[in-house]
Design a protein around this ligand. Structure first.
Ligand SMILES: Nc1ncnc2c1ncn2[C@@H]1O[C@H](COP(=O)(O)OP(=O)(O)OP(=O)(O)O)[C@@H](O)[C@H]1O
Ligand code: NI
Length: 406
């Protein structure tokens, strides 16, 4: 593998669930990379598609879900890839790793996963040490005694006090934080190159969360492991990530190194996420919850999927579905965003009438700014229904969400 080639490359990945209510476009064309030793964030509200994206990387999506498009390569090997067959139908490429190879060579050994709820990953009827030992035996082909020693070393490594004694205990005898440490030990046991951590600290209180994050930071430096860190919490992103992908309704709407993302935010959704967390430079009263709720991935709004909630939305945002594009550079990395207010898009955003009336007239449109009559402020719904070329195809595009839930 050449040095410049990333460890993991995800290209235009789409994962859908074929349900009775319709097709859920859970992951809808995302692209990102993870380089060696990097911690890459996947951040977004509940339902954004973070977990489905993570599961897709290990081909763990279950029926009625299916990866329907895109390419996933890891260390130059193909985890997922399609090609057009002679009959014009899409089929799996020849170089795609077999189920057997994924199971024996990739999962656990090369790419490990840590989930939010350790109780789901640990078996309550076996001791913690026994489970860890067995995992090491199976995956590293060590004998029982050696695997036991290794397991105890790992428990010590992740900060479990008295690891010899704790080895004999059952999961329920561990606190939430300690259980999460066990899962980290298990993930690290095979020295994988990549660990996918899906909200591993969400269930923990803030102090314990901080301890786990410090631990991961330490271990990451020591082993050089790359991480994909899934979270809805921008505070966690700030603490741990090198680069960040912000997801909204199945899409990555902004992608940047963490400092750029925080200090030169390019997407209004990222702004909203940042506004909704406590920050040292803000008082608590200034915290704003994001307006509205995220619509369902089964009938995404037309145009920009965030437009029904976006303070910057203009008429054009209902019609034009923005691709994620480079809107700036940040050192080695492009700063990408999917928002047509940026020049890179050039679809007439500046001339387009706003969808919302501002509390006060703002001077952000210096040109012929105040366009005719602003009938659109409360004409939201009409305008949306009238907008042709909806990306949502035949699906309802009113973006109200909520009522479609089971
Ligand atoms: N088995 C399934 N069947 C149908 N739809 C599903 C299934 N699993 C996930 N989805 C849908 O896929 C979309 C993405 O879900 P996902 O779990 O990836 O979100 P998430 O970003 O991880 O959210 P959270 O923060 O709540 O974990 C959601 O609309 C969800 O309802
Ligand atoms: Ni999730």
């Amino acid at each position: 593998m050449s040095h410049s080639e990333p460890l993991l490359r995800v290209e235009n990945l789409k994962t859908q669930f074929f349900t009775q209510a319709g097709t859920v476009r859970a992951v809808d064309g995302i692209s990102f990379t993870v380089r060696e030793g990097e911690i890459v964030g996947l951040v977004g509200e509940s339902g954004a598609g973070k977990s489905v994206a993570s599961m897709s990387l290990l081909r763990l999506v279950e029926s009625p879900g299916e990866i329907v498009a895109g390419e996933i390569t890891y260390k130059g090997e193909t985890i997922f890839g399609l090609e057009e067959g002679p009959d014009g139908e899409l089929r799996e490429r020849d170089d795609v790793l077999s189920e057997e190879e994924i199971r024996t060579r990739i999962r656990g050994n090369e790419i490990a996963v840590i989930f939010q709820d350790p109780m789901e990953s640990l078996n309550p009827v076996f001791t913690v040490g026994g489970q860890l030992r067995e995992f090491i035996e199976l995956n590293r082909g060590l004998g029982k005694d050696e695997a036991r020693r290794e397991a105890i070393d790992m428990l010590r490594e992740v900060g479990i006090p008295d690891p010899e004694e704790r080895y004999e205990e059952y999961p329920h005898q561990f606190s939430g934080g300690m259980r999460q440490r066990v899962l980290i030990a298990m993930a690290l046991a095979c020295e994988p190159s990549l660990i996918i951590a899906d909200e591993p600290t969400t269930a923990l209180d803030v102090t314990v969360e901080g301890q786990i994050i410090d631990l991961v930071d330490e271990l990451q430096e020591k082993y050089g492991t790359s991480f994909i860190w899934v979270t809805h919490d921008m505070g966690v992103v700030a603490e741990i990530c090198d680069r960040v992908n912000v997801m909204y309704l199945g899409e990555i709407v902004e992608q940047a190194p963490v400092d750029e993302l925080f200090h030169d935010t390019k997407h209004p959704y990222t702004d909203a996420l940042l506004d909704s967390i406590p920050r040292p430079d803000r008082t608590v009263e200034q915290l704003e919850p994001i307006e509205g709720t995220m619509p369902e991935a089964i009938s995404p709004p037309s145009g920009c999927r965030f437009h029904p909630r976006c303070p910057d939305a203009r008429e054009v945002c209902q019609r034009v579905h923005p691709e994620t594009k480079a809107v700036d550079r940040a050192g080695d990395h492009p700063h990408r965003a999917a928002c047509v207010k940026h020049e890179a898009f050039d679809v007439g955003y500046d001339e387009s009438p706003p969808l919302r009336t501002e509390p006060q007239a703002t001077a952000d449109t210096p040109e012929s700014g105040r366009s005719e009559s602003r009938s659109s402020a409360d004409g939201d719904e009409e305008a949306e229904n009238a907008s042709g070329g909806s990306l949502a195809g035949d699906a309802r595009a009113d973006g109200t969400g909520g009522d479609g839930r089971e």
